[in-house]
Design a protein around this ligand. Structure first.
Ligand code: NAP
Length: 304
């Protein structure tokens, strides 16, 4: 399926207006809250206990009461392996609820900012040959697992909603908050002094501080449609883990293994790097992945 784009530029707003954040307790939701706090910008944030985005009545009631100008949907079902067993739940949160949010956004003329994933792509060898620098936004999608299929359906609901939307596809998302690969590697490598990490899945991380800054720049400059946001350069999980322990000052051996030695319920794409030319064309240069990682490690170290 090809991805029709919707890239017209709407009236840029110098201010954000009233902001509502869903999924405020997750890694991206927490980063959004801390960046808006840092900039002294007001917002209303709701964790899953306060706002269940699959409850269309609750969504409609809250959005018509708060009347935000911008809705940041940081809520998602992100358990990639469990999604193979909980297909309905994954589609309910990642697709149906996106439709609910978009319908409510449309009814009050708000912008819906949504996040999708590199896992909408298959990572097939012929794709890598066709796009060695990464998948562009309009590349054909073909998810290889249920999580990716549910996120792709969310993109479809967004496009069909008639709402004003900005969808940012991100890959290998991690930052200083919540659960992610950086924190797992630091914990396991420190405890065990060694770990095995796959070295045949290639991509590029998106770091939450960089993502929120770029999201803000895109929103306030009136960008709409689909935009890929990740870092400059390609890596694999093993190399990424080696750099995490190096920058963290952890003495540990990271053993490279092939994916076949680390089977998971949900298959992963072997190649999911995304081309970020559109983002860069909007004046937002991709940060080299080792620099983005260093920023997150500095923040993690400052909390310890
Ligand atoms: N993590 C990655 O590697 C990655 C990669 C590519 C794209 N993405 C996308 O990036 C976005 C942010 O991901 P993230 O890593 O920040 O996810 P996360 O840390 O798992 O946070 C997701 C949040 O959504 C909440 N949530 C789940 N179901 C909900 C519901 N029905 N109503 C309201 N809130 C609900 C969760 O709350 P509970 O914990 O209480 O359930 C959680 O706080 C998502 O769209 C994700 O698909 C992530």
């Amino acid at each position: 399926m090809s991805n029709p784009q919707n890239l017209q530029r709407h009236n840029p707003k110098s201010t954000l207006g009233r902001v509502l954040i869903t999924g405020a307790g997750g890694q991206l939701g927490t980063e959004w809250r801390s960046e808006l706090d840092r900039r002294n910008l007001p917002f209303e944030a709701f964790g899953s206990a306060e706002l269940d985005i699959t409850d269309s009545d609750q969504v409609e009631e809250l959005i018509s009461r708060v009347r935000p100008d911008v809705i940041i949907n940081a809520a998602a079902y992100t358990k990639v392996d469990l999604a193979e067993q909980e297909r309905d739940k994954a589609f309910s949160v990642n697709a149906d609820a996106v439709g609910n949010l978009a319908a409510s956004a449309r009814s009050i003329g708000a912008l819906l900012v949504h996040y999708s994933t590199d896992y909408v792509f298959s990572g097939a060898a012929q794709d890598r040959a066709k796009w060695p620098g990464g998948y562009p936004e309009e590349a054909e999608t073909h998810p290889v697992n249920t999580y990716g299929a549910s996120k792709l359906e969310g993109e479809v609901r967004l496009r069909e909603s008639g709402a004003d939307w900005l969808c940012l596809r991100v890959s290998w998302l991690c930052g200083a908050h919540g659960k992610n690969f950086i924190k797992t590697v630091r914990r396991v490598a420190s405890a065990n002094g060694e770990m095995r990490v796959v070295n045949d899945q290639y991509g590029s991380p998106t770091f939450t501080p960089d993502l929120v800054r770029k999201s803000l720049a895109l929103i306030t400059s009136g960008r709409r449609g689909m935009v890929h946001i990740s870092s400059r350069g390609e890596t694999n999980w093993h190399e990424f883990a080696c750099e995490i322990v190096r920058l963290s000052g952890i003495r540990a051996t990271i053993h490279p293994i092939p994916t076949r030695e680390y089977p998971t319920p949900a298959p992963r794409p072997a190649f999911s790097r995304m081309d970020c030319s559109r983002m860069e064309g909007f004046g937002l240069p991709a940060v080299p992945w080792k620099e983005g990682l260093a920023e997150v490690i500095r923040e993690l170290d400052s909390h310890e």
